[in-house]
Write a protein that binds this ligand. Structure first.
Ligand SMILES: O=C(O)CCC(=O)C(=O)O
Ligand SMILES: [Fe+2]
Length: 286
């Protein structure tokens, strides 16, 4: 019989590279076990102050864009400022940060994308849409053995008991259902300082606290995901094209990952990869 064989034994790297529970990195170990981890002092308080002012400005613009705040309220989207970096490149630093990137690289063991960047505003003496228990991959009732998406929260204000610091339900990223009632003793409020960064496995049940102070509590939420998760918006279309010359940025927003409009275009993209790397799949698999 003729010897007919596939060129490759496999495509895709299916070896188990990482045992997260034995990681030497304390943040990765915590993330795997509890579903969250706090990294202190990544951003300067002065950067946080600038960001807060800019968030107010962008929010005003987005209110105008949508014909008034009442229209945002109608869709439960008031006090959320979306796609910040597409409005002001200052916000790129909050997701293109090396310390954050190094941890994400370990979490995802390979390529990942920015899924969304927004800023919920936890107003003084108020609760918020995010004050209800949720996952950041909302509506999903499965669990996965490795992270699919990671939420990276930049605290622009101190997160305190009084101003509504985020509540988490530790270890719930490994639980596929949300109990009818969570015993408050099993939850934890994440107290943090301005400039600290909270990593949350996007499958972890969590919620914003209630703000019992007169001051707003602000944060930037960056959600990163494996490339197969649909991004919230088409950032390469929204962004100023000049910014896409930054290769790290264009990789992070998945400029070459957009859904193609035809089979022909899809094949052209694949061809480009083969031209760049002959034997593309073989090389990727090592
Ligand atoms: O405001 C917070 O502390 C959390 C916000 C949140 O969970 C979200 O925006 O998805
Ligand atoms: Fe959330």
């Amino acid at each position: 019989m003729k010897n007919i064989r596939s060129k490759l034994y496999k495509y895709g790297n299916y070896s188990i590279k990482n045992d997260f529970s034995n990681s030497e990195n304390k943040y990765i170990k915590e993330l795997n076990k509890y579903g969250y981890s706090l990294v202190k002092k990544i951003f300067k308080p002065s950067e946080c102050e600038i960001a807060k002012k800019k968030i107010d400005k962008i929010y005003k613009l987005q209110i105008k864009e949508f014909g008034g705040e009442k229209n945002l309220r109608f869709i439960d989207d008031n006090d959320v400022v979306r796609a910040l970096f597409c409005y002001d490149k200052f916000f790129i630093k909050f997701f293109k940060n090396t310390k954050i990137g190094n941890l994400l690289h370990k979490c995802f063991e390979g390529k990942y994308l920015l899924n969304l960047q927004n800023a919920p505003i936890n107003r003084g003496y108020s609760a918020h849409f995010g004050s209800a228990w949720h996952r950041d991959l909302p509506f999903q009732t499965f669990v996965s053995s490795k992270p699919i998406a990671m939420n990276v929260i930049i605290c622009l204000d101190d997160f305190t008991k009084l101003n509504g610091a985020t509540f988490v339900f530790p270890k719930s990223h490994k639980l596929d259902y949300l109990p009818k009632k969570i015993n408050p003793k099993k939850t934890k409020q994440l107290i943090a300082k301005k400039g600290d960064v909270i990593f949350l496995d996007a499958m972890l049940y969590h919620r914003a606290g209630e703000n019992h102070t007169s001051q707003d509590r602000k944060l930037v939420v960056n959600m990163f995901s494996l490339p197969f998760v649909k991004q919230q918006l088409n950032y390469s279309k929204m962004l100023n094209k000049k910014l896409l010359n930054d290769k790290t940025l264009s990789k992070l927003i998945g400029e070459d990952m957009n859904v193609e409009e035809s089979v022909y275009n899809w094949r052209l993209r694949r061809r480009k990869r083969y031209i760049k790397k002959p034997n593309y799949f073989k090389k990727r698999n090592g």
